[in-house]
Ligand binder design. Structure first.
Ligand code: ADP
Length: 380
């Protein structure tokens, strides 16, 4: 896109801070968002996601920093533009539909307030009903709809006035798993077709991946990482981001500088990995990886056959090490295997078959899937 990089961002969040009594809910959050972009804010409960959303919506005032929309300051500690003047609409977790108004009237609510011509209003609501697969339901009241249908009405209502920015607060958390998967795919498709700018908050990484052009990963009121879902997935910026993105296995140890870069020593095992570029030899570190990145060497449960493969693994940038099986549970397609390292650290793997407790196994881990974090370099 020619000249796109010089375009003014739609939303500029600059060093925003917010305190509730003794609790610092946001500590200097910054982000620039392009027009038409979908940003998903991802983080555990209590990390400040909803607070950030409320500041953008105009439902709360920041203590520091500022927020600009299309270049105009809409929030700062000096004051804020009223929510209704921002051209920002929000879809709430509990939908917040008017229970006594029909589907049609719910969707048309903002248009009526703007005194839109009746025929234009009917056309606009008709378009939205079709887009959100609600045609035929326009006379129903919200309590006569399923959760998924109510959610679609809430989205249609928020889109009706063509907001400059759409805010979504955990929009799918009240739906069952099957519907969540269906809805997140549909929403991502719809917003991209319409070119809607969306600022979306969720604690669910899969929902964030399905929706976002870029993720903003938060922890304790600050930003851990901003990047595309695939960049964040392939190299999480902190051990918290890594754990959030599925790297649930952790091994503690110390940094070793190797010919290829960096490794972690834990007991007699040295595992090569990525990250911690600036870490000093010997500093305390943690290595994280995902269960599905572990490769079993030899036939599972026959580690002696794998000894020859161990050297080969080292050659092509994988590290091989031995584990002992503690427990296996069937997960449908594969078995989740709980095993422990020589030092007694518990790890989770995915295997093809049941392995009895006590079975020694040899596994390897590709270097690019072993994330190493220097603990001395972390923010609190
Ligand atoms: P999230 O949406 O990520 O779960 P929130 O933004 O709701 O997080 O909350 C961030 C932190 O601020 C939490 O520790 C929460 O308890 C606290 N908090 C949120 N709202 C208030 C409030 N009105 N008064 C006091 N503390 C609050």
């Amino acid at each position: 896109m020619k000249g796109a990089s010089h375009e003014r961002p739609l939303l500029e969040i600059k060093d925003v801070a917010k305190r509730y009594e003794s609790h610092q809910a946001l500590r200097g959050v910054s982000l620039d968002m392009r027009k038409g972009e979908i940003i998903s804010v991802l983080g555990p409960s209590g990390c400040g996601k909803s607070t950030l959303l409320q500041l953008i919506a105009g439902l709360a005032l920041p203590d520091g920093g500022e927020i600009r929309l299309d270049g105009d300051v809409i929030s700062s500690s000096r004051g804020m533009q009223p929510p209704e003047k921002r051209g920002v609409n929000m879809v709430f977790q509990d939908y917040a539909l008017w229970p006594h108004l029909s589907v049609f009237d719910n969707i048309a609510y903002g248009l009526k307030n703007r005194r839109m011509d009746r025929a234009d209003m009917r056309n606009r609501v008709g378009e939205l009903l079709e887009m959100l697969q609600l045609s035929g339901l326009e006379k129903r009241l919200p309590p006569q709809l399923s959760g998924g249908q109510q959610q679609r009405v809430a989205i249609a209502r928020a889109l009706a006035t063509q907001p400059r920015l759409l805010l979504l607060d955990e929009p799918l958390s009240n739906l069952d798993m099957r519907l969540r998967i269906e809805m997140r795919t549909e929403m991502a498709y719809l917003f991209r077709q319409l070119g809607t700018s969306v600022f979306h908050v969720t604690h669910d990484p899969e929902e964030a991946f399905a929706m976002a052009d870029r993720l903003l990963i938060m922890r304790s009121g600050a930003v851990d990482q901003i990047g595309t879902p695939s960049d964040c997935y392939s190299l999480p910026a902190s051990r918290w981001a890594a754990a959030l993105l599925g790297a649930i296995n952790r091994i503690e140890g110390t940094i070793v500088r190797t010919a290829r870069g960096v490794g972690l020593r834990s007991g007699s095992v040295l595992i090569e990995g990525v990250g911690a570029e600036a870490a000093a030899e010997g500093s305390e570190a943690e290595l994280l990886f995902r269960p599905d990145d572990v490769v079993f060497l030899g036939s599972e449960g026959a580690p002696s056959a794998a000894v020859a493969e161990t050297a080969a693994a080292h050659e092509d940038g994988r590290t091989a090490f031995g584990l002992t099986v503690l427990h296996s549970t069937f997960e449908g397609k594969r078995w989740r295997i709980v095993a422990k390292t020589e030092a007694g650290q518990k790890l989770y793997l995915l295997g093809e078959r049941l392995l009895p407790p006590g079975t020694p196994i040899a596994v390897s881990l590709p270097r690019s899937a072993a994330y190493i974090y220097d603990k001395s370099q972390e923010r609190s």
